[in-house]
Design a protein around this ligand. Structure first.
Ligand code: BMP
Length: 212
């Protein structure tokens, strides 16, 4: 249990598979987003799910019926979790949780990039409370603003926090975890490294060193 999730946005498919083989003994899950899906085809979800737990990061944001259809297809292909937006409202979010049938639903709160402060930050605590009310498993909160992780967690104390923004976006894994992140999501700093295994191991060691 390293608390490390690999964001595998590598679009060179053989390279992506190689990176996963290198780090799958270190990471807790792999997050897959549109870049790799569009490059490799949706079968990649099943391929990856044979090696690690797969979180499908489609940032689902639609009417409840469409949300359900997307999640059913993701689960059928091997997803063990999905990431969804909250701004679509309570009915959509509840439908996502229902469609996931016990798999994890992670809800985006405040986004990690600078633009995340323009809109998402203004509603992040509401999104978090809504996610808890709708039965989601966890939240996505920004490692780039660790003090915000703490605030967002206070709005939904029982939910897991997954934090992207470590490394390439400037955030630190330690600061995210010390402020309440249960997992950190790391992409480029691992798959873009000349030694992905070493990069992942260093992050895992950094997180492990915080436990007391
Ligand atoms: P990287 O470590 O290369 O910056 O990748 C971060 C990953 O997390 C990307 O897949 C990105 O789409 C995702 N992400 C993010 O960076 N910030 C958010 O607020 C939400 C995300 O899903």
């Amino acid at each position: 249990d390293s608390r490390l999730i690999l964001a595998l946005d590598e679009t060179d498919v053989p390279k992506a598979l190689h990176v996963l083989d290198e780090v799958c003994g270190i990471i807790d899950a792999v997050k897959i987003n549109w870049p790799l899906i569009l490059s490799a085809g949706p079968e990649i979800i099943t391929t990856l799910s044979q090696k690690a737990d797969v979180i499908c990061d489609f940032k689902i944001a639609d009417i409840p019926n469409t949300d359900r259809l997307i999640i059913e297809q993701s689960v059928k292909r091997g997803a063990s979790g999905v990431i969804v937006h909250a701004f679509t409202g309570t009915d959509s979010l509840k439908e996502c949780v229902s469609a996931a049938g016990g798999r994890d639903v992670f809800v985006v709160t405040e986004m990690s990039h600078p633009g995340g402060q323009e809109f998402t930050a203004k509603h992040a605590e509401e999104f978090a409370a809504m996610a808890a009310e709708c039965g989601a498993s966890g939240l996505i909160a920004p490692a780039t603003r660790p003090e915000r992780i703490k605030k967002i967690k206070e709005s939904a104390p029982g939910l897991l926090i997954l934090s992207p923004g470590v490394g390439a976006q400037g955030g630190s894994a330690s600061n995210a975890v010390l402020n309440g992140a249960d997992y950190v999501i790391v992409g480029r700093s691992i798959y873009g490294s000349s030694d992905p295994k070493d990069a992942a191991q260093k992050l895992a060691d950094e997180i492990k060193a915080l436990r007391f």
